[in-house]
Design a protein around this ligand. Structure first.
Ligand code: CUA
Length: 188
């Protein structure tokens, strides 16, 4: 084979390899674009699981978050639920009672703007968005008291927006919760 013919042959190999890779890269881009379109449409038409909406304008009038239903309840099946509302610039109730060593489900919503809260140094932490119910379940291993500040900037009173969380020994909590009332540690 002459030098010219060898150079020509290797050029053909290079061109074929480049074309092959162009097709592969093109296919990867096409797959990514299809994924973006499909997931975009899918998420737009069906929100992620556990997204629960609520009408922020009627919270105080009816439903789960009326004032008389806020606080902590013990269901007959032993489930503990703490319900609260966040608003500029306080939480209702201002003092939340939970048991030590039992799973507690928080259910929270906001009346006006985006708030959030974190309970002391625990992993209880969520945003609270008007129109949605924020839910998570956590267990407090030790009794004691925590501060619960709002951690989303919500206006000029943001830094003064906080509540307290009292973690009661399990027996004490159960004794208080048996009556079925909505518990809180707000002074009455
Ligand atoms: Cu509410 Cu910051």
């Amino acid at each position: 084979m002459s030098d010219g013919a060898a150079a020509h042959a290797s050029e053909l190999v290079a061109v074929a390899a480049e074309r092959r890779w162009a097709w592969i890269v093109g296919a990867i881009i096409a797959v990514i674009v299809v994924m973006m379109v499909v997931t975009g449409l899918h998420w737009a038409s069906m929100p992620p699981s556990r997204v629960e909406t609520i009408d922020a304008k009627t919270l105080h009038l009816r439903g789960e978050f009326v004032e008389s239903n806020l606080g902590t309840t013990l269901a007959p099946d032993g489930k503990v639920t703490a319900r609260l509302v966040a608003q500029q610039y306080s939480f209702v109730p201002q003092c939340i009672v939970v048991p030590e060593g039992m799973p507690v489900t928080f259910r929270a919503t906001a009346t006006d703007v985006i708030h959030g809260f974190v309970v002391g140094t625990t992993n209880a932490n969520t945003m609270v968005i008007p129109g949605f119910v924020a839910t998570f379940t956590t267990t407090f291993p030790k009794s004691g008291e925590h501060l619960m500040p709002c951690h989303e900037y919500c206006g000029t009173g943001h830094e003064a927006m906080w509540a307290r969380v009292q973690v009661l020994p399990r027996d004490e909590f159960l004794a208080r919760a048996r009556s079925g009332e909505r518990l809180s540690c707000v002074a009455r």
